[in-house]
Design a binder for this molecule. Sequence first.
Ligand code: NAI
Ligand code: MG
Length: 358
Amino acid sequence: SVTKVHRIACIPGDGIGTEITEAAIQVLTTLQKALGTFELDFTHFDWSSKAYLERGWYMPPDWADQLRKHDAIFFGAVGSPDVPDHISLWNLILPIRKTMNQYVNVRPTRILEGTTSPLANVKRGDLDWVIVRENSEGEYSGQGGISHEDTPNAIATEVSIFTHAAIFRLMHFAFRTALSRPRKHLTLVTKSNAQRHGMVLWDKTFAAVAASYPAVTTDKMLVDAMTVRMVLQPSSLDTIVATNLHADILSDLAAALAGSIGIAPSSNLDPERGNPSMFEPIHGSAPDIAGRGVANPVGAFWSAAEMVRWLGEEKAADTLMKAVEEVTKAGVKTKDLGGSENTKSVTEAVCREIEKAL
Ligand code: NAI
Ligand code: MG
């Protein structure tokens, strides 16, 4: 039989991004060897703030062509205390998401085996959500400018862009996601009381698309009230669709409520598969703990599982997630999850579980 080769572009980036990417490559390599049904061919890109400080650029002019030679992109994190965050984001992660047509960002959250929510009385299974984030426009469309910069008269605009085309395609993705899950329930999050143009377009488009999915039950929340519902009634939620900014914030809250920001994955998808999709933990470069080998690699492992699932390797994805939960169940956890292990020991434990399972 012919072994399928998946070409993976790896962008470790900065801080703990490099540590958790190395860990993810280690478990993926173990998985590939143990299964023997596919191959992963990794290409490493040193696009980072560290490189930018040395040479003055993040990505070379032909970066998009280079990435398009791959089937998927694995991304660590970008951000350095020595570079303003808007420079690092707008030179690396945001151009990739936009140019590669990765118009949805899928962020699942649940309480893993052997871990607990900081919410008293919330058990595993009470919190099992998928947040579908608009990933191409909205509050992060980059339109605006500043006049009279660095004077007391400075005036800045940060224009949100909401297009029917982008909302419509996102809503179809969100309804399909809801349909694929047992609960078949989708919650729309907006702020259409105060933001009366773009958010109302969201509400209307949601209602129109809902008509095509009679099997999905729906409700809608204003984003402020949504934070309360996430904390007080987590089991009332299942699939959630929200704007670029709102979902960015809600997904950090979701991760914390599920135990730690260190476990949460994200998939930046081009659902039409015209470009490689990109997989990354939702956390940043965590300069406060970088270089100490203590970062939780679980968010990177879960992202890696979503990546191989996207590439059609269902068994590999399921095996990896099972291994991760065997490890958390056994109490092999980093400090953010209340454990005393480090990146290396968690990674090795997951590799052993993979080998044991196959
Ligand atoms: P952060 O996610 O890097 O860290 C927030 C807190 O969570 C820190 O206390 C950190 O130690 C902890 N944490 C994060 N990931 C962890 C892990 N895997 N294991 C254990 N603890 C973990 O967010 P922050 O501090 O706001 O941003 C730091 C830098 O990262 C900034 O430069 C920011 O712009 C950048 N950033 C990049 C993102 C990306 O590349 N997609 C996303 C978010 C932030
Ligand atoms: Mg974020």
